[in-house]
Design a protein. Structure first.
Length: 135
């Protein structure tokens, strides 16, 4: 019995990075599932070349269609910022200083996540203080 002309088999033909170990494909339905844990900080994009072949030999000789599947991972905020200086720099200032006088300076912080670092004053009386960036 010959298979109908509309049946295909699916294969992940090639992958970049760990893509070949990260996904599996059902050879009959073409359904793609993940089989690995993902970490966007290690690899953010996976490119997989998917090959589908007709089940009939005559069509297989004529067709070898393939597509590139791009998988983009979204970032999750799982890391906290790390300050390059363990102790923030402070300054002593006199009373009656004008608004805008710097009181505390943090040199910089780095974070492995894509999400931007934000800073805020929390707790206590802080209505007269503001956080500024890039100074």
């Amino acid at each position: 019995m010959r298979p109908p002309n509309n049946e295909f088999t699916y294969t992940i033909l090639a992958s970049d990075g760990d893509g070949g170990k990260a996904f599996k494909i059902d050879h009959h339905s073409g359904l793609i599932d993940t089989v690995a844990l993902f970490d966007r900080e290690k690899q953010a994009v996976y490119n997989n070349f998917i090959l589908w072949r007709p089940s009939t030999t005559a069509l297989r000789r004529k067709l070898a269609p393939h597509k590139c599947m791009h998988v983009f991972l979204q970032d999750v905020n799982e890391y906290g910022p790390t300050f390059e200086s363990a102790d923030p720099l402070g300054s002593v200032f006199a009373e009656n200083e004008p608004p805008g006088t710097s009181v505390l300076v943090v040199l910089s912080a780095v974070d492995a996540d894509l999400l931007p670092n934000t800073y805020a004053i929390v707790g206590g009386e802080h209505k007269d203080f503001n956080v500024t960036y890039g100074r």
